[in-house]
Structures are given as structure tokens and as C-alpha cells.
Design a protein around this ligand. Sequence first.
Ligand code: SAM
Length: 291
Amino acid sequence: MEGANAQINEKAIGLSFLEDTPPAPLPLPPPSTEVFSTKVSSSVKFTIDPINLGGLTLLKGRVNTKEVLGLSESDLVPGVYEGGLKLWEGSLDLVKTLQSEIRNGNWSFTGKRVLELGCGHGLPGIFACLEGAAVIHFQDFNAEVLRCLTIPNVNVNLSKASHSEPTSEIRYFAGDWSQIHQLLAHVHDNGKDLQSSSKPHQVAGYDVILMAETIYSNSANQNLYGLVKKCISRPHGIVYMAAKKYYFGVGGGTRQFLSMVEKDGVMTSSLVADIADGSSNVREIWKLSLK
Ligand SMILES: C[S@@+](CC[C@H](N)C(=O)[O-])C[C@H]1O[C@@H](n2cnc3c(N)ncnc32)[C@H](O)[C@@H]1O
């Protein structure tokens, strides 16, 4: 499986904190934009491989990073390309965990509004769609990832599963976590956070936020968590988060992220699954909800 043992490319992410010089500032993020499914790329070569996930077969598209972004094979270039073209193992862990949550009667996607943050291939969002979610919005940093990979990948998976048009509302949004709330359809209070809201019981936002391998960068985690709080439905919204316990070389990971959440005091977290199969460091699935 591509990316199965991938660690974030230490050279690409610039381990300059280990050197004397301070890290170079990131470039300004690209402007946020909605990418319409009609804007799917037809010029980039897209091939598919099947992946078996506990009896469920999903399709995994494959594109060439150089062809899509003009970058040579690289996991990630901070502030330019944030890894969406590669399939990371956390998204497979997340789909498998969601399958068992549904099987055990702990969860259902039926009729839910779903947001997948940092989607890349979008397999968790695709799974939500197959399980009857009413709305699935996919977000990635790079519009090119959505155009060349996510949209075709959603299309091939959904057309394999059904011969009729999907009944879910599916939309795609590109942009940085610090800004994308301005475009997302189900954000409450135009970005005011939960504690400052004058309508704490307002039902809006997404019923569930899915995210896999999004918390590797401590510098981005504050914006990501801020976005989650702006988007999550109150009072019953849930976040399912797949991530490594620790991302070597970058300093992010579940411990760092959850300590920020705990200090903030607005959300609570519980471990749903951990995967220590010896293939990489420990991977975990966490569930976050509002207190
Ligand atoms: C390591 S990839 C994981 C992709 C996919 N979830 C998977 O598991 O295969 C990280 C994802 O987070 C998104 N991302 C990272 N930093 C971001 C930022 N600052 N703003 C918006 N999206 C970001 C990237 O575009 C990418 O989709």
C-alpha cells in the first residue's frame, strides 16, 4: 500500500529547528475556493487500485505528484503541498474503525452532515456517503488535489457502488484551515468560537467531522482545532480523528493535540482504537465531542 510506512519526509518539511537558523516563514496560503465537481481534471493520468477494508472494497486513485503539482515525488512541502496526493494509513484505520463503530451499534451516518478535513483520497468521506450521509463536504489544502484526485476518486467509488446518482450533497473546498470556515456551508456564528457564542444551543454545523493524519504539524494544530470548533454541530457533534501518537521529526501527534484540547476545556476526548502492528509507530483513533 502506497504510503503505508511513510513517515513525513524530514527533508521536505525542513528540520531547521535542529539547526542554528530559525525556520523559514511559510508562504501565504492559497486563497480558499470551492472546487465544483464539474472542474474535475481530464488531463492528468488517474489509475485505480482496489483496497480491501474488512470485507469492503474501496477504490484508491493514483496520480503523479509531478504531473499534478510540478513537484518531484515528495510527501509534503509545508505551505505549498500538504500531502493530499498520498494515501496515508490513518485514513484506512479510520474507515475500519467507523465500520466497527457501525457494526457495534455505536454510530450511524444515516442522514448526517459530514465534513472530511484534510481529505486527500477522501476514503472516510466516501465511506460516509456509502453509509447514507445526507451531506459530505471534502476539504483539502490544495485545489489541485481535489480536481485531480479527490473528485475522480469519489466518482469512481460511488459509481462502482450504485448505478443511480448519489442522493447525498457532495461538495469540495480547498484552502487553509485558518480561512476555510469563510466558505464552508455549515459553520455557525461566522467563525465565533463556542465560548463566545450568544446561541449555545443553536443546531448548525456538521454532525460529524472526519480527519486522518491531519495533526502532524504543531504550528497548524491551533487553526485546525479552531476550525473544528467553528464547524461542529452543537451540542451533539462528533469528531473522529485518526493520527499517529507521534510524528517523528515534526513534533505533532495525538498527545500534543489532545493536550491542547484538554487545556482549552471545551471538548472531551476518548480513545476508540489503537493500532500497534509494528509497521510504523502507534496509530490511534480518537473521538472528540463537546462537553
Ligand atoms: C498527510 S495528508 C493526509 C491525507 C488523507 N487524510 C490521508 O490520510 O490519506 C494531510 C492532509 O491535511 C491537509 N492539510 C494539512 N495542513 C493543512 C492546512 N494548514 N490547511 C488545510 N489543509 C491542510 C492536506 O491538504 C492533506 O489533505
